[in-house]
Each structure stands twice: as C-alpha cells, then as structure tokens.
Design a protein around this ligand. Structure first.
Ligand SMILES: [Zn+2]
Length: 461
C-alpha cells in the first residue's frame, strides 16, 4: 500500500474511533408501549369489524414513535444503495490500484502451495476490505442503531463483536475460497456448475452448525425452564408434530432492544429460540402468537424450501459469474494484472459481480422471504389462536419496521408483511373465528360473560 493511502486509512480509523468514544452513551428509548391493551374495537362483539379493529390497534402507537420508526426503516432503503455503491468503489480501488495483484504476489512469496496461498490472499483481502469499509460499518451498525435507540452496546463490546465476526469470516470464508479456487483450477470449463454445488453444500453445512457453534460465539444461549412459558409452547409443538423437547432463549439484549424469535438449523440441530427481549416485554398471548408463527416455518419446511430457492439462485449466479468474469477479464484483466479466473487476484471482481447480482435481486429475495413469512403468519394464527397477541407483537416489531408502507414499497423492501397487513390479517382471522371468543349475548341466559382477551389456551373446536 502506498504510504499516502496508508496514512489516509489510519486517519479515517482514528476519526471514527474518537467519534465512537464520544458518542458511546446510554441508548435513547424508542420502545413502543410495553403493555398493549386490546382496544374496544378489537374486542369480540357481534359487530366486530376487522378494519376498525386494525385501525384501533394502529391508533395506540404514538405519532412520534411512528415517525421515528418510519425514519429508521426508510433510512434502511438508502443504506441498501450506499452499502452497494461503497462496496463497488472498494472493489474497483483494489482492482485499479492493483492492490489485489500485489496481495496475490505477496501470498505467492509466502507459499506456492495453492490452498495455503489462497488462504494467505484471503487473510489480506478480508483485513484490508474490513478496514476500508469500516466507516460505513460503524455508521450503520453502531451510530445509526444508537441514534434510533435500538442498540444496547457501548463501543468496546460492539467492536469486540466485530472482531469475533472477522474471526468467523476468516475461518469460514477462508475455507470456502480455498474450496472454490480449487474447483476453478481443476475444472476450467465446468467450474461454474461445481462451484455452485460446493457453495450450496457449504451454506447448508454452515446453516446446520450455526445455532450450535456460531451463535454462542456472540450470545449466551440457554434452555428455558419457566413452565408457564415452556409448557404451552411444547404443547403447541406436539400438536403440530414438531420434535422439539426444549425451548431456548438467548441474551439478544446484549446487542439490541429488538424483539425476535426464530427456528434454526434442521434435523438434530433444529431448535426454537425466543430472544430475551420478547420474553421480557411480550405478554404470554404475544409469545404464543410468535411461537405459532415460528412453528409454521418448521411445519411448512421453509428451511428446506429456502435451501432449494438459494440453490437455484446460486446456480444462476455462477452462470452469470462465468460469463461476467470472462467478459471483464478480456477487457481489463491485463490492466488489473489478473492472470485468469483461477488467480486469487480475481476475488474483488467476483465480489463486485456478486454484489451487483444481490442488489438487482433485492426485491425478488424480499418477496420470496415475505411470502414464507405470510404463510407462517397464517399458520401461527390457526395454531396459537391468539390474534390479539399477534397484533401486539406486530406493534412491538414496529419499533424497527415501518407499520404502514405503500404496496410497491412493501414489495421492494419488506422481507416480512408490513405491521398493518399483519394486524389486519389477525383481525380478519378473529372476525371469521369469533365463536372461539366469548361474544356477549345479552338475550341468552347463562354464563355468557364478555371476555376482553381470549384465554391462554383456547380449546374449543
Ligand atoms: Zn418468520
């Protein structure tokens, strides 16, 4: 690296470190009302109206909170663009200043043994690009999150997590590039097919080990033992043929105020995890509604479908990569001092083409995910029968997701249905299953008392 550039990079880092320490302050509160009441319009009655119930729920959110959550989420649209452009600039710098070729030369001086050479190149590449992208990483991951009251970490622990992430990237990324360059060098004509196969198997393997071996690097995962929470969840799991014996929780509050839950892994590493923010702030009805949703992902095989979808995309991406790399190297290969597709110095070009692919496919990927999320929502309503708990969860998730976007906006940017659509779906479900909730009937004799919220376990058929 020329000394001027080195100086600039160092200066950049110093400025950001100083800003980070100056701004490491306790997070500003951006939380939605913690206890969300079932509004009068959403209570079971003979004249229950789904739209009125939805509007009544949305009206519980203070205007200031809506504005803040909209600003955060819409800022995220721009971040997609800035992240993409920033990455393009970094890749072009590495290619045009021939830093990539120089990293290759240096790796060759260390060793000519191909796999180790590839790993040494990867080590340099990962560290250099992490430094170059640090300004946007620290803005997006630290300052922006603090500005909107979503982050709970001060700078030191945040930076610690970044370093851990770098370590994971070093090992897993290093393994993948060694495998891929091995394939490209051995199979110069068909590498795009076998490269795709290797990538799919590698991602599947990573997804398999992640809950047990990667997540615990960042967070403490523990088995939940509160029977009040666990029993209804396991009962729901048994009713749906889910082989879960335990429910897990993790200390997500170490990093964020976001509530969330997930089903991860598959086969023997499959597990249901709800984060401690959901556990702390969600009502029992809300937790069951969320768990019903998560079980939907499992029962409808979303993990396997996700792998299939990613596999198709990966094959298409490698085909584009095959032609894209050939085309670009013919034009600029000599200028960038890249000897061919099997030369490690080609990596920034690969990353550039893959990021263009990912950027263009954003709406398609979001729509694929959103469709599955909608399916899980419907499954969750049928299973948990907690439409009000579900509406409350949608409002809590509105702390970091815009509640009421336009249809095109939702199509392009939303990987989950919008809060409004989720509440409406829940209220429509409630309207069409009112018999499950005790509706006051004044003319009928007997104990038909009004119940504002449904019981924790509704067992009427
Ligand atoms: Zn989901």
């Amino acid at each position: 690296m020329p000394s001027r550039t080195r100086l600039a990079v160092a200066l950049c880092c110093v400025i950001f470190f100083c800003m980070a320490f100056a701004l490491a302050q306790p997070p500003a509160a951006n939380q939605m009302p913690s206890v969300i009441q079932v509004p009068a319009e959403a209570q079971a009655s003979p004249h229950f109206d789904a739209t009125a119930a939805t509007n009544a729920y949305l009206a519980q959110i203070p205007a200031g909170k809506t504005a803040r959550s909209n600003a955060y989420f819409e800022g995220g649209y721009w971040m997609i663009l800035w992240d993409f452009l920033y990455g393009v600039v970094v890749a072009l710098l590495l290619l045009n200043l021939r830093w990539s070729a120089r990293m290759r030369d240096l790796a060759e001086r260390v060793t000519r043994f191909k796999p180790v050479h590839t790993f040494v190149y990867w080590l340099q590449y990962l560290i250099l690009t992490s430094i170059l992208t640090f300004p946007i990483t620290v803005y997006e991951g630290y300052f922006r999150e603090h500005k909107y009251g979503l982050a709970t970490q001060t700078f030191g622990p945040w930076m610690g997590d970044q370093m851990k992430g770098l370590g994971v990237g070093l090992v897993l990324g290093g393994l993948l590039v060694m495998l891929l360059f091995g394939v490209v060098r051995r199979l110069p004509r068909t590498w795009w097919i076998w490269g795709a196969v290797v990538t799919i198997l590698f991602s599947t393997f990573t997804a398999l080990i992640a809950p047990v071996y990667i997540v615990p690097i960042f967070n403490k995962v523990t088995r939940l033992d509160d029977p009040k929470i666990v029993e209804p969840i396991l009962s729901m799991a048994r009713a749906n043929g889910i082989p879960a014996k335990d429910v897990y929780t993790m200390d997500a509050s170490r990093q964020t105020t976001r509530m969330s839950a997930n089903v991860s892994g598959f086969a023997h590493t499959m597990r249901i995890t709800l984060n401690d923010n959901l556990l702390r702030r969600g009502s029992p009805e809300e937790i069951q509604a969320v768990m019903g949703h998560e079980m939907g992902h499992y029962v409808m095989n979303h993990i396997y479908k996700g792998i299939m979808f990613a596999a198709i995309e990966t094959v298409l991406m490698f085909a584009c990569l095959y032609y894209g790399l050939g085309w670009a190297l013919q034009r600029w290969g000599e200028k960038w001092q890249i000897r061919g597709v099997g030369d490690t110095a080609v990596l920034p070009l690969v990353v550039l083409l893959v990021s263009i692919w990912g950027f263009v496919l954003t709406p398609i990927d979001n729509t694929a995910t959103r469709t599955e999320e909608h399916e899980a929502d419907m499954f969750g309503l049928n299973t948990a029968r907690q439409p009000d708990g579900f509406a409350q969860a949608a409002i809590h998730l509105g702390e970091y997701r815009k509640m009421n976007p336009g249809p095109i906006e939702e199509f392009i940017f939303f990987d989950h249905p919008s809060g409004r659509n989720r509440i409406y779906a829940a209220m429509r479900w409630k309207a069409e299953n009112l018999q499950l909730f005790t509706v006051p009937q004044p003319s009928v004799e007997g104990p038909a008392a009004a119940a504002p919220t449904p019981p924790a376990n509704v067992d009427k058929k």
